[in-house]
Every structure is written in C-alpha cells, then in structure tokens.
Design a protein around this ligand. Structure first.
Ligand code: XMP
Length: 508
C-alpha cells in the first residue's frame, strides 16, 4: 500500500484516485500523523507527501514525523512535499517573485526513471508561490520550467523524488505516466488492487467482524446502500436484514424497483415498510424547508427503530459510508477531530450498534465498479445522486399527496426524455420541482388554474459548484409538452438557469 500524507492540498484525493486507477492500493492520512500510528499500518511500500497551502518557513507549517525519512521506502514529494524534502536535507525554500499558477512547460534535463518513456518537453500544471532556491544535499535537478529551476529533483541513492508541479491533475497530460513510473519503476509495486481482490478480502473481513451476529441495513435503493447490502448479503447471507422505509418521497416506481432487484435475493429479510401516511400526516401544514428535513429525519428513525425492535438480537448496523466521507471528516492536514458521518442522520448514535462499513475505503467510481462486479443492474449503478429527504426538497410549500403525485409524474418524464436523448449519464442531476403557486392556462377552450413545474439540469464535479446544462431546445420542448399534456394538475413548465453558487442545486 502507498501511504499518502496530506498537507491540505485541494488535489490530495486526486493523487489517491490516480494511484487506485493504476490498480495500486493507497490511503490518505493527515500529514502530521504520529509515527506510532503509521507503524500500525501494514505493508507501506512508498510514501507520497502531498501539496498544501502552507509555506515550510512559516511558524506553524505542518511537518511529517522525522521517522518518515528513515522508513527505507521510496518517497515522492509533490509541490509542498518537495519543500518538505528540501527543508529536511538542507535545501532552501523562499517565496517566489514569479508565482506559477496554471500551465507551464517543463524540460527534462537529466535522464531519469521518473520521466522514462516521455518526451523532453511537456506541459504540466503548476500551483505554487514558493520555490527551491538551494538544492538539498545529495539531490540533483532533473527538470525545470521558465520560472522554476527545480521543477523536479531526485536523490537516487535515498530513493527520494520531488515534483514541483501536480502530476495528479488532468491538466498535466503526462502526469499519469510520471506517477506510473514512480509506482512501477521506482517502487516496483504490483498491480494487485482490483475489485475482484477487494471483494474476496472484504468478504473475509466482514465474516470475521460479524461472526454469528445479525446486521441491519437501511436500504434506500441508492447506489451506496444497494452495493453495501449486496456485498453484505454475499458475505453473511441470511444474517442480513434490510429495512426499506417507503415514505412516499421517492421517485415514481422506486418501491417496485427495490422489490424487483432485492426481493428475490433477500426473501423475507427484505422488510418494506409502508409509511406513506405517517410521513404525510407529520408533514401536514409544514412549509419551512429545514423543519421538513427535521421531521423527515426523525420520522425515518422512528419507523426504522420500530422495525429493528421487532427483529430482535441485531448487533450491527450496515452503513454505506464511502472514502470521501471518511477523508472529509478527518479534517486532513491538521489531523484534528474526526466527526462521525452517516447517510441517515443520527441513526448510528441513536441505535448504539456497532457499524459495518464495507465501502469505507472506496471512491464513488470504485463503488460503481464493485456494484457491477456484484451483478447489480445498471439502472441502480448509474443513477444520478438523489437527496436523502427525496422529493420533499423538490416539493415547495406544504407537501400534499396531490403535489407529490404531480412532481413524481413530471420527474419521471424528465428522466425518460433525458435518457432517450442519451444524456442521463452525462448530467450530474436532472429533475422536476413543483412550485407552491398556480398559474392560469387554457386547455381545450377551458381556463385552467394549475401548478408550475420547474425543470432543473445541472453539471457538477462534486456538488459544491454547479452550472445549468444547456439542454437542446427540442428536448426542453418535448419535456414541456409531455408534462403539460400527460401530468394532470400542471399547466406550465419553466427551465431553471441558475448557477451554484449563488443558487443551490435543489430548490430547498
Ligand atoms: P444543494 O441543493 O445544496 O445540493 O446544492 C448539493 C447536493 O446534495 C444533495 N442534497 C442532499 N442530499 N440530504 C442529502 O442526502 C439532503 O438533505 C440534501 N440536500 C441536497 C443534492 O441533491 C445535490 O446533489
């Protein structure tokens, strides 16, 4: 395994993803992690020091523990990581007069295994304000750019490498090759991280953890909970119990889909809990978005706990936590407080059960690959993200049975048309929203006074920022005419052309 020490770079996750894509296992840890904890990690084959916003000469700059340099494994420093190497071996780092942000051309000046198989000149992505002004002892310069004489340094004897640029980002087109050279030519690691090997190892781990215990799962039908459930079923079979709370806020046909995909496999261990009335009653008259969220969260836990009690003797709760949740909760870079993460607000704390988390070390794309490997149908694996409180955040104003029916039907049309146009997998999220206002229309010589449907389609990398999709007019036209013609209770369709920020993806 490759140990990535994080010093706060916005690209650290990308380093991990590139390495995993090369079929090598790696994990990210806070850069200042104590050696005792590092010693507990098995089979470290190399260490990568990430970039970061600090300057090594600052008072409180984060440093790795001294023992890192004595581990006798290859080390690669990226950006701030190079500066750490320089400090350690008697080099000097200073603020640069010419900061480099964006593309830069580097020239490889000395043959080195790190650049093996590459041309002598290549574009790379730079993002630094500091630079090396004195070469550390025992190191040589192997590449440079216009503003950076030490774009890459190496100490072959100690097997320590440094790159000032970011090989992990897509803007460094040859970065993958450089990382591969480090992994396979310098570290000589094996390509043994595959989903097949993961399934085998993880099943053994789950069996050991669970023993004869019983595991409870809140199945939502989303990608993570579905893959986690199938994985557990493969490991422990009938000792897994899945509760699907049908709160009525899912997409059209969702409950039937869940029954179809999981019913046969799980048999009586799939408990579908029809709670549509309970949720509607609790949400009656409520219009405040945050209050709606709270009510949905609490009611969900209430229903779920009731079902869990009926099952008796449950020891574990299955959680679909994925690796980005783990990394984000660990506040990497400073190594302080770890907050607990959960998909179903408050459930683990409340139920005081031990957790089983089979996806905890996987990125989202790896979860999808795993799901496919486990034979889960594409209609589940390739789903766009769907919010926990479901259509409640897309039903503005009071939630009523009628408004839910309208938004579900409209949403199904958006879904169908977007898929038909071949755009579903290319779009981050596309959906319908129902507004709490009515407008006047005319249908077949009659005056109508009905709801407005908003169509929203956004593209995003991580849901932090998003842009509206420039859908073809013909597609918008067919979505609009189908909704108005086919959905009783809607007589107007508008398209949302707002960016996040300042708007958000969902309307509530
Ligand atoms: P916003 O609306 O904040 O959404 O731009 C960002 C992403 O998060 C999803 N979302 C939620 N997911 N519970 C969830 O599990 C929620 O309460 C919730 N609100 C928004 C949203 O669909 C988008 O992908």
């Amino acid at each position: 395994m490759i140990l990535i020490l994080d010093f706060g770079s916005q690209y650290t996750q990308l380093i991990a993803r590139r390495i995993r894509e090369a079929n090598v296992y790696c994990e990210i840890f806070p850069g200042t992690k104590d050696i005792k904890e590092i010693q507990n990690i098995n089979n470290i084959e190399a260490v990568i020091l990430s970039g970061g916003p600090a300057s090594v000469y600052e008072k409180n700059a984060p440093y790795p523990c001294d023992e890192i340099w004595e581990m006798n494994v290859p080390i690669l420093g990226i950006c701030y990581g190079v500066h750490l190497i320089a400090q350690q071996f008697g080099g000097k780092v200073k603020p640069s007069k010419n900061r480099e942000y964006g593309f830069a051309d580097i020239s490889v000046e000395k043959d080195n295994i790190l650049f093996s198989g590459l041309e002598n000149k290549m574009p790379v992505w730079m993002s630094h304000g500091d630079k090396l002004t004195k070469m550390p002892k025992g190191f040589v310069n192997i590449a440079s750019s216009k503003n950076c004489t030490a774009a890459s340094i190496v100490n072959t004897e100690k097997n320590i490498y440094g790159v000032q640029f970011h090989p992990e980002v897509q803007h460094s087109p040859f970065g993958k090759k450089i990382l591969d050279n480090f992994l396979f030519k310098v570290c000589k690691v094996k390509k043994d991280w595959t989903m097949k090997s993961y399934i085998k190892d993880e099943i053994a781990r789950i069996k050991k953890q669970v023993g004869n215990g019983k595991v409870l799962c809140a199945l939502s039908g989303g990608v993570d909970s579905s893959v986690a459930a199938i994985m557990l079923h493969k490991a422990i079979g009938k000792k897994l119990f899945c509760v699907y709370v049908d709160h009525g806020l899912q997409k059209l046909g969702e409950t039937e889909r869940v029954r179809k995909v999981f019913g046969k496999k799980f048999g009586k261990n799939l408990i579908i809990c029809d709670s549509k009335k309970l949720f509607l009653t609790k949400l009656k008259g409520v219009t405040d978005p945050e209050q709606k969220r709270k009510i949905i969260g609490h009611t969900f836990i209430e229903v779920f706990e009731k079902e869990a009690k009926k099952l008796k003797g449950i020891d574990f709760l299955l959680q679909g936590t994925i690796y980005p949740d783990v990394i984000e909760s660990a506040k990497i870079g400073t190594g302080v407080t770890i907050k607990s993460h959960h998909n179903v607000g408050g459930l683990p704390e409340k139920m005081k059960m031990k957790l089983v988390e089979p996806l905890k070390s996987l990125f989202k794309d790896e979860v999808r690959t795993l799901g496919r490997e486990l034979g889960i149908p594409d209609e589940i694996i390739d789903r766009q993200p769907f919010p926990g409180p479901g259509l409640a955040v897309r039903t503005l104003g009071e939630i009523t049975e009628e408004k839910l029916r309208i938004v579900k039907e409209a949403d199904a049309i958006v879904d169908e048309e977007i898929r038909k146009a071949g755009l579903y997998e290319k779009i981050w999220q596309s959906f319908a929203v129902i507004l709490p206002v009515k407008t006047v229309g005319v249908m077949g010589d009659k005056r109508t006074y009905e709801h407005v449907i908003v169509v929203r389609a956004v593209n995003s990398e991580d849901a932090m920022t998003a842009d509206w999709v420039k859908l073809p007019y013909e597609l918008l036209g067919s979505i609009s005419s189908r909704i108005i013609n086919e959905v009783r209770g809607a007589n107007r369709v508008v398209y949302d052309i707002s960016q996040k920020p300042p708007s958000t993806i969902e309307w509530e």
